[in-house]
Design a protein around this ligand. Structure first.
Ligand SMILES: [Zn+2]
Length: 276
């Protein structure tokens, strides 16, 4: 554990052994907290991913088994654990429960943990945990429906406005340029062809405002490369043909999450290759 670039935790370097141990204990406890919180939020995201495209409120009513319609009890709704205990089957009818449910929970927990490891106990961790939760929902809803509901764009815009005040290191000019520099060219391409949907354009606009221009440029390049590589692999494996529409959202989500955590580091390393 050492001091990071922004000078966080400098006291750690000079702290006594006992103080250092206590600090490490606090960090470990906060990592466990973030992981468990991620599992719980991931469980809620499963509800969102299932209900929002069907126009059902996420706040009302207990979850029911899609197979038999019986209500799922609280003790059968513990993230990951219930899936393992029930061996992936409904307690009432024995219908198979998709492994996607525990996967979404573990994925969200993993994202929260990574945010904690990267940003420590800080406001960035809170903002980017929320951002990653939105990205998980966006990715899976886009896979299911090829659409990104507008409410997720508004949540990211809200996070961006909060960040404007809470993370002033990224200036408002960088945020405004970030909101436009990828989304405007994308909008032109989206209107001229149907390479990607308007939902993707809005996602990059609000994420650009949250992350700033350098990170959103990185995210756009990384997302495009990732999508192209995956499309080639899927076509080579004959799982898709050239004519199939492939949802772009999941690739953008992965790229945006990477940019939120490591964009600065990667862009600086890349620019230093040219001594910029
Ligand atoms: Zn059932």
């Amino acid at each position: 554990m050492e001091q990071d670039k922004r000078g966080r935790m400098p006291s750690l370097l000079h702290a006594s052994a006992r103080g250092r141990n206590r600090m490490q204990l606090i960090l470990v406890v906060s990592y466990i907290f973030l992981f468990v919180l991620g599992l719980i939020i991931g469980s809620f995201l499963n509800v969102c991913i299932y209900r929002i495209p069907r126009g059902v409120s996420v706040a009302s009513g207990r979850s029911v088994c899609p197979g038999c319609g019986s209500m799922i009890h609280g003790y059968d709704n513990i993230p990951v654990l219930s899936y393992l205990l029930l061996r992936g089957k409904c307690r009432s009818c024995g219908a198979r429960i998709s492994p996607r449910y525990p996967l979404v929970e573990l994925l969200t927990a993993g994202c929260f943990l990574l945010c904690g490891v990267r940003y420590g106990i800080s406001i960035e961790t809170v903002l980017f945990c929320a951002f990653s939760a939105v990205l998980v929902a966006v990715a899976f809803i886009d896979i299911d429906t090829q659409e990104i509901p507008d409410r997720f764009h508004f949540i990211i815009l809200g996070l961006g406005i909060a960040a404007l005040f809470l993370v002033p290191e990224v200036g408002w000019i960088s945020r405004l340029v970030g909101a436009a520099c990828i989304s405007v060219p994308m909008l032109v391409i989206a209107l001229a062809t149907d390479g990607f949907g308007i939902g993707d354009v809005k996602l990059m606009a609000v994420s650009g405002f949250l992350l700033g221009w350098k990170n959103i440029v990185f995210a756009a390049l990384a997302g495009a490369v990732l999508a192209a590589v995956c499309a080639l692999v899927l076509i080579a494996l004959k799982r898709k043909t050239k004519k199939d529409k492939i949802a772009f959202g999941p690739y953008l989500a992965i790229a945006l999450f990477t940019a939120a955590l490591f964009g600065d580091t990667i862009v600086s390393a890349y620019l230093s290759l040219f001594s910029l």
